[in-house]
Ligand binder design. Structure first.
Ligand code: MN
Ligand code: MN
Length: 482
């Protein structure tokens, strides 16, 4: 008699079908279990330090410098020996960490690129006004938000104001325990009949996202207009020397106030604002800080502006990747001719370190369960993004994916595939296409996220662990899965 477990069908199934591995099962009972939770703690600290792209650049640079990376400017005229570690910032909003490889750059480099900007509200250039005995700040949203998610929660103001005398003021108001917070109001349900009948995307309009900033009127001269606004200006002037015109040139971001938290009784998940894409940024940072000289030069690119199309001189479509590689090639090989750079890029490989939407059991209907990433399923390889028939996607090549598959399997890295929703259900893009335009191989590779682009995104700690290991394996592999 054949035992049920040994039935021919069962054997065949085990041989042929792919069994999805859950990261938690793989680390259970191993020393990696504690490592997953240690990483989670450190990740939350990083998120608390880095709520804007500028703060992320500071946090990344600080950690890199503390781990022996040297400011790019200090390497001027010095030899770029294998193992040289550097940090180079760009306008305070993007940063590249690098480790020189043992092989010359002409053998190709390994680039991992994440973005450190997140969807948010920006103060308008002229934000401050008064109404109903209240001072308010007008905003213009940045990136793809669901506007109804932003009212009725504590908010913080982070940013930079440069005064008329060039004095620079960095704000982070609403984060300390005894700081006041800010908020956007919503209509009471008793009067919300008309609002409730609107489409969700129209119920809270962009011009409704006004931030409550003060209420006590300026005392002593009751004849003048807008006394609450004046009192707010007076406070800002006494506190920071700021006048209204300073707002016109400032950059102030409105983000959810408060710290990253553990989610779930088992503390298995992290809930926080800005995890797209600072979760991949963190995984990259953790991976590269722990590395010695790899064979191929390793670059970690933390880009700005992804959420609005990777535009500008701090975005991935801008000059940073080319400039970085041209400078390295000139400093190590004495050559930055277009043909030598084309050769470097052609021999190079990249991971676009960005998040993918995770299967949400509450909203399964928009996902294809066969192809959706799951929380706990490990690092996600997303072959293509785009929308309306992969439009605007970097569709990675089978040969490249096969090399990564071999690498991850060899290194015991739990990985899965992902696709951003059912066909024609929507879509999105990443920096992958812009990196691919330089001529290197690239595929999206990152962490699955629940409630993506919301003020409180959720990730799995075990996925962050395997994503960081995947990036490190990619940088350290002598040969990429050959
Ligand atoms: Mn992203
Ligand atoms: Mn995004």
């Amino acid at each position: 008699m054949v035992e049920k477990n040994d039935s021919p069908g069962k054997k065949l199934q085990e041989m042929l079908e792919r069994k999805a591995i859950i990261g938690w099962d793989k680390v259970k009972g191993t020393p990696q279990w504690d490592e997953v939770f240690r990483l989670g703690e450190d990740y939350k600290d990083f998120l608390n330090q880095a709520k804007t792209e500028r703060e992320a650049v500071n946090a990344i640079s600080q950690r890199a410098l503390a781990s022996g990376f040297v400011p790019w400017e200090e390497l001027e005229g010095k030899e770029f020996a294998p193992g040289t570690k550097f940090v180079r910032t760009f306008r305070g909003k993007a940063v590249v960490l690098g480790i020189c490889g043992r092989d010359p750059l002409s053998a190709g480099l390994r680039l991992v690129g994440a973005h450190i900007d997140s969807p948010r509200l920006d103060l308008k250039p002229n934000p401050l006004y008064e109404g109903g005995n209240l001072a308010l700040l007008k905003t213009h949203y940045y990136g793809g938000i669901k506007k109804y998610q932003w009212p009725v929660m504590p908010l913080a103001l982070h940013g930079v104001v440069i005064l008329a005398d060039s004095r620079r003021i960095e704000l982070a108001l609403g984060e300390k325990e005894d700081d006041p917070v800010f908020t956007i109001t919503d209509l009471l349900p008793h009067l919300g009949k008309e609002q409730a009948e609107k489409k969700l995307k129209e119920a809270i309009e962009g011009e409704c996202l006004n931030v409550l900033a003060g209420h006590i009127p300026y005392a002593g001269d009751e004849e003048i207009k807008d006394r609450v606004k004046l009192a707010v200006l007076d406070y800002l002037h006494r506190q920071y020397g700021l006048i209204e015109e300073d707002f016109l040139t400032a950059e102030i971001e409105v983000v959810p106030a408060g710290k990253a938290r553990d989610v779930g009784l088992d503390r298995s998940m992290v809930g926080a604002y800005g995890q797209d894409d600072r979760v991949c940024a963190y995984a990259m940072l953790h991976a590269i800080l722990g590395m010695a000289a790899p064979r191929h030069t390793a670059l970690a690119f933390f880009a700005d502006k992804e959420e609005i199309g990777s535009m500008g001189n701090t975005g991935a479509q801008g000059p940073i990747p080319l400039q970085m590689v041209a400078d390295l090639n000139r400093l190590t090989l004495g050559d930055d001719s277009p043909s030598s750079l084309r050769q470097v890029f052609a021999a190079s490989a990249a991971l676009s370190a960005d998040v993918d939407g995770a299967l949400d059991p509450t909203f399964e209907s928009v996902m294809d369960k066969l192809n959706a990433a799951r929380l706990g399923g490990g690092v996600v390889l997303t072959k293509y993004t785009g929308s309306g028939g992969k439009f605007g996607a970097n569709d990675a090549h089978a040969e490249y994916l096969a090399r990564l598959r071999r690498l991850f399997n060899r290194e015991g890295i739990v990985w899965q595939i992902g696709e951003l929703g059912k066909v024609d259900q929507g879509g999105g893009g990443t920096i992958a296409q812009f990196l691919a335009n330089l001529g290197l191989e690239v595929v999206d590779c990152g962490v699955a996220v629940l409630s993506m682009h919301s003020p409180f995104e959720v990730t799995s700690k075990v996925d962050i662990y395997y994503t960081s290991r995947a990036y490190q394996a990619f940088w350290q592999a002598e040969k990429l899965g050959e």
